[in-house]
Each structure stands twice: as structure tokens, then as C-alpha cells.
Design a protein around this ligand. Structure first.
Ligand code: NGQ
Ligand code: ZN
Length: 466
């Protein structure tokens, strides 16, 4: 059954830009019809006009929601030790200190604000790589899924789709090193982890805004046996659901993996797991040419988070060779020092320009860099989130953005040039309206719960500052 109809003068469909597109949306939030050149059809007569060009909403394939509250607090030299040694690893130490102070209500308030910001920026679904499970002593809460439920409640309240990825974390480093004190809140035995998955699946499986997957945190954090067993536990619930893992983000991780196994992280994973489109390899920054080619051919999604990767000093993902070999990519805002699909795509391209001292490095089939990257991130993001999103087509979720076509960055532009302008021109947000699962969550730039969410977030930040 169709509940409402939207008529878009211009919309980006899987085959390209189309005019006068009638979008019909069913009660369950999926698109029941997508018809171009529909202006004269009777069904279009009662359709509400979209107030600008329509794009599919962008999936955000990597988020640690609580880190939104740390953004801007880790930019002082020497916070995690000697200033000259400031690195990813000293940042991680600062982050662990911050984690100690988070409670379930604080996490819900932070995630709620973050998800509102994501929606306003044009992210309509998120993969939440969730590792803050337990109380500060490392003991499970009365409901072991308490923290997961808080994050899911924030997503529900904000109206964003969510692929929830409870993290499996079991060791402090390669070769079964004991966990560090700062990691206590993350840890699970296989048994408890499997029960957490079962509980979350039972409670939320019927929700079309939800998908469950798993996130073995990294090869540093799990043994090969645990990785295998966790995947088996997930398969018992749903053998197609997504698996995300941090990999090869830092050169030290590559060296430690070599010392442990004689192989590099991506090489090890490809040799020991059937890496396919079900997998999302987050960062995959440090790969040889062979690893790059093999990963591209596997169909797995490379989860790229360019603003966080820059902020943490990771290095450059080999985007040129990877995309040339047909590799799938998606984008994530990860640590949320920026919450913007535009900025992630822009810096993905700019990294390559700065490295190679050339322009227009990552164009694909159309030749439009911004448009090709946007399309690639829609497709890869949808695969990584394991949900029918990222495209305006019958059967997909009605997750879409209406842009302000009269915004100074966009006026007078159409088609792929419009997306190029969205990605590369300006810093003010031209996203006007946002629909998720058939429901308007942002209208005229305002999210329906933004005031309540912001008030709670301010309260949380005041508590954390005290
Ligand atoms: C995380 N973040 O889990 O939050 C990680 C850092 C780690 C990024 N890798 C911690 N960006 O990898 O051990
Ligand atoms: Zn991460």
C-alpha cells in the first residue's frame, strides 16, 4: 500500500539522473514505485512536490558514537605523553581515559545529538561499531545489552537507520596479549558475546530500520579461533549479516602483525577468512599493491574515514589503484571530528591530489569526481550496512535528501555537476529536507527533535566538563 507520493523534478536514480520522478512510498517505509517522466500521470497529481533535486541518502559505514563528545578535546600537544611522540596511540590513551567516565544516559545523549547531526548533513543510516559495553569496572550491566539499547534508542528517537555492530574485543594485542586496564569495558567471552547477539536479534529483528552484524574490533583484539567462533555465532542468527573489522590503519599494526604471523593484516585476513561483500574492512590504509588488488577483487567494502584518518595521522588509502581494480568503497565519520559526507568525499580526493600533485584523481565512469565518489559511497555503504538503501528503486528504503537547488553553491547546476558542486564547492550545508524510511526527519534544515537532543547533549557535556 502506498502512503504518500513525492514528485521530484530531478532525482538521481540507479541509471542516472531522471526528470519528473514519481516516488511512491509504502506504509513500511519502502519505495513501492519509482517512475521517471511521470508529470502527466494521474498518480502524480496528488504527489507532494520535492522542493529541490533529490539524492539517495548516504550510509555512514563507521561510527563510534561516544567519540562525538571528545571531538576538539584531543588537539593539545602532549596530552597522552611527550608532545613529540603524539600519535594515534597516544590519542587512544586519551580516548580510554574519556571512556572511563561515560554512563548509559550520557552515551544516549551523545549518540542522539550525533545522529541528528548526521541526518542534517545527509547521512540517513549508520553502522555503529559499538564497543563500550560494560560498567567502568568491566562488569556487565543488569541488562548486558544496556549500552547497545541506549544507542539504538538514540537512533530510533533521531529517526536514522542503524546497522548495529557489537564489538568483540578479547585481548590487548597480537598473540593473546592480556587486555589493558583501559580496555575493561570492551571485553567479552565468546559465550557472553553470543548471548548479546541473540538478545539484540530477538528484540529488534522485526524493525526495518535495524540490522544486526558483528565487529571483531581488529586482528589485534581477537584470536583467530575467536574470530571464527564469533562468525559462527552470527551465522546461526543470520548467515548474510555484515562483518566489520578495523584493519591495517597504522604501520605499527602492520609490523606487529608481521611479527606475530609473518603476514600483513589484510594478507592474513584474506588467507584465513572468506572475505567477500559481507565484509567491511575499515581503513585498510596500509596495503601492498597485491593486497590492494586482492581486496578490490574480493568484493568486500573498504570503509574509508578520511577526516578521522587525517586527524589520527594514519596515512593514505591507495584509492587510485583500488578503484581502478573495481574495489568497493564507503565512507564513515568514525571519530566524528567532522560529520559530513561532503567532507569525507572531498578529503578522499584531496589526499590523492596532494600526494600526486595532479587533479581529478578518483573520477570513475562519468568523469565527474564528486558524482562518481558519491555513487560509489552509496553502493559500498549500502553493501556494508547490509540493508536495502543507497538507491532510489522499488523495494529499497525511502531514504532520501532534498537539496536546496537555489543554494549559492548549487544554483544553475544540474546532473553530475550538481553533485560535484555539492562535494567541492562551499562549506554551508545545502541539504534541505531528509526522509528516512518514508518519514520526514529534517524539514527546511531543521530536525524534528533537534532542540530536545541538543538540550540533553549540553547537559551531558556539562557533566563531562565538571
Ligand atoms: C577505535 N578508532 O576503536 O575507536 C579506534 C581506535 C584502536 C580508529 N581506529 C582504537 N579510528 O584501533 O585500537
Ligand atoms: Zn573505528
Amino acid at each position: 500500500m502506498t502512503t504518500h507520493r513525492l514528485l521530484a523534478a530531478a532525482a538521481l536514480l540507479p541509471d542516472g539522473w531522471a526528470r519528473d520522478v514519481l516516488l511512491e512510498i509504502g506504509v513500511d517505509g519502502t519505495l513501492t514505485g519509482v517512475t521517471p517522466d511521470a508529470a502527466v500521470l494521474p498518480a502524480a497529481r496528488h504527489a507532494a512536490p520535492a522542493k529541490g533535486p533529490v539524492l539517495p541518502g548516504m550510509p555512514n559505514l563507521h561510527s563510534h558514537a561516544f567519540q562525538r563528545a571528545m571531538a576538539g578535546l584531543t588537539e593539545r600537544a602532549g596530552q597522552g605523553g611527550a608532545a613529540a611522540e603524539d600519535s594515534f596511540w597516544s590519542w587512544r590513551q586519551v580516548m580510554y581515559g574519556f571512556v572511563e567516565r561515560l554512563t548509559p544516559p550520557l552515551v544516549e545523549a551523545i549518540a542522539g545529538q550525533l545522529y541528528v547531526e548526521m541526518l542534517k548533513a545527509g547521512f540517513t543510516a549508520v553502522a555503529e561499531f559499538h564497543y563500550l559495553h560494560h560498567d567502568p569496572d568491566g562488569a556487565p550491566y543488569a541488562d548486558p545489552a544496556e549500552m547497545s539499547e541506549r544507542v539504538l534508542e538514540a537512533a530510533r528517537h533521531a529517526g536514522i537507520g542503524i546497522t548495529h555492530l557489537p564489538v568483540l574485543y578479547a585481548q590487548g594485542g597480537f598473540g593473546a596479549q592480556p587486555p589493558r586496564p583501559g580496555q575493561r569495558r570492551f571485553l567479552h567471552s565468546l559465550d557472553r558475546y553470543a548471548r548479546l547477539l541473540e538478545r539484540l536479534a530477538a528484540r529488534h529483528r522485526a524493525d526495518p530500520q535495524f540490522r544486526l552484524g558483528i565487529a571483531p574490533h581488529s586482528l589485534r583484539a581477537v584470536t583467530p579461533e575467536l574470530l571464527r567462533d564469533a562468525i559462527a555465532a552470527l551465522d546461526a542468527l543470520d548467515p548474510a549479516s555484515p562483518i566489520h573489522i578495523h584493519i591495517a590503519e597504522q604501520t605499527l599494526e602492520v609490523e606487529d602483525c608481521m611479527a606475530w604471523s609473518g603476514q600483513r593484516p589484510v594478507e592474513w585476513l584474506m588467507a584465513n577468512q572468506p572475505v567477500d561483500p559481507r565484509w567491511c574492512l575499515v581503513h585498510a590504509t596500509h596495503m601492498t599493491e597485491l593486497e590492494t588488488r586482492n581486496l578490490a577483487r574480493s568484493g568486500a567494502v573498504a570503509g574509508l574515514c578520511p577526516t578521522t584518518e587525517a586527524n589520527l595521522g594514519d596515512g593514505f588509502f591507495p584509492a587510485g589503484p583500488y578503484l581502478s581494480a573495481g574495489g568497493a568503497i564507503g565512507i564513515g565519520s568514525d571519530s566524528h571530528i567532522s560529520v559530513s559526507p561532503v567532507e569525507e568525499l572531498r578529503w578522499l580526493e584531496y589526499g590523492q591530489r596532494l600526494l600526486q600533485r595532479r587533479r581529478n584523481r578518483l573520477a570513475g565512469a562519468s568523469g565527474s569526481v564528486g558524482a562518481d565518489l558519491y555513487r560509489a559511497a552509496l553502493a559500498g555503504g549500502a553493501t556494508a550496512l547490509g540493508r536495502p538503501i543507497g538507491r532510489l528503486a522499488q523495494g529499497a528504503r525511502a531514504d532520501l535528501l532534498v537539496l536546496d537547488g537555489e543554494h549559492p553553491a548549487l544554483c544553475g547546476k544540474s546532473g553530475d555537476t550538481l553533485i560535484d558542486a555539492l562535494v567541492f564547492a562551499g562549506n554551508s550545508n545545502p541539504v534541505r529536507d531528509v526522509m528516512v524510511g518514508g518519514r520526514w526527519v529534517v524539514e527546511e534544515g531543521h530536525h524534528h527533535a533537534e532542540e530536545a537532543m541538543l538540550a540533553r547533549f549540553r547537559g551531558a557535556m556539562a557533566t563531562l566538563a565538571a
